[in-house]
Design a protein around this ligand. Structure first.
Ligand code: NDP
Length: 241
């Protein structure tokens, strides 16, 4: 068993989740990697990785993955509830099925991830929950309506959880990135919204790499349990919206 504690990452098959799994693995932590594309997680070849096919909408799948990883490496000390999709679109023409998908993955998926580890952290009076929101969880955009709703949800739940868990010495960190270069735009199905997003991205000189988010998460985690970075809001320097 590793001396470093077990950490868990949802959405570990690409983008910010993959970069964060990599950063913690490099730092010597066993990492429970969860996503639906197992091949992508396996290709990363991380040391001490426990790879599980998990859809965050399926509570029992997360619970089973956590139980299996904990049997190998001891309790999960950090859960990064990161998995999410961005079906950005003009609400006037967006099919409601896209709302369902975003709400189920970005809100209930985050709660399912938290639920899988929270009781253990409270009992041990130690642990860190890292909650994936967005700059779109701090301000709204007219063509991100439901996506913003899901990220405002994550912000609100995180603020409440932080107060609830503070007496148990469990930390809650919200991550609010701006434009990060990942595969996230593959989830935007509305052509006009995608074109506008890409044009804005060009104007700001492009996004920044997911490894910067990962490094900040690792640094915040490495502070003593007594010290809490409540929110990490990281954007490209030229991003003003
Ligand atoms: P990616 O598309 O690269 O990564 C998304 C990850 O989420 C993938 O690993 C995907 O894995 C996983 N995922 C999606 N749906 C599910 C599901 N139902 N069950 C399990 N895993 C799932 O994008 P990002 O890295 O950018 O996105 C990660 C998070 O960051 C999201 O919550 C996003 O909203 C947020 N974010 C991203 C920003 C950006 O500019 N990139 C800015 C602000 C926030 P798989 O498909 O294999 O299941």
């Amino acid at each position: 068993m590793s001396e470093k504690k077990l950490v868990a990452v949802t959405g570990a098959s690409s983008g910010i989740g993959a970069a964060t799994a990599q950063a913690f693995s490099r730092a010597g932590h066993p990492v429970l990697m969860m996503a639906r594309r197992v091949d992508r997680m396996e290709e990363m070849g991380l040391d001490n990785a426990v790879i599980r096919k998990v859809d965050v909408r399926q509570r029992e799948e997360i619970n089973a993955a956590v139980a299996e990883a904990e049997a190998l490496h001891g309790p999960v000390d950090m859960m990064f509830a990161n998995a999410g999709i961005a079906r950005l679109a003009d609400i006037g023409r967006q099919p409601p099925e896209e709302w369902d998908e975003m709400i189920d993955i970005n809100t209930k998926g985050v709660l399912n991830s938290v639920h899988a580890v929270m009781a253990g952290m409270m009992a041990r009076r130690s642990g860190t929950l890292v909650m994936m929101s967005s700059i779109a969880g701090r301000k709204v955009y007219p063509d991100h309506t439901v996506y913003c709703g899901t990220k405002f949800f994550v912000h609100a739940v995180s603020e409440s959880l932080r107060e609830y868990l503070s007496g148990y010495d469990v930390r809650v960190i919200v991550i609010s990135p701006g434009v990060i270069e990942t595969e996230v735009l593959s989830g935007v199905l509305d052509a006009e919204t995608l074109a506008n997003y890409k044009a804005n991205k060009v104007k700001m000189g492009g996004g920044i790499g997911p490894e910067h988010v990962a490094d900040l998460i690792l640094n915040a985690y490495n502070l003593p349990q007594k010290a809490l970075v409540q929110e990490i809001c990281l954007t490209p320097t030229r991003q003003t919206y």
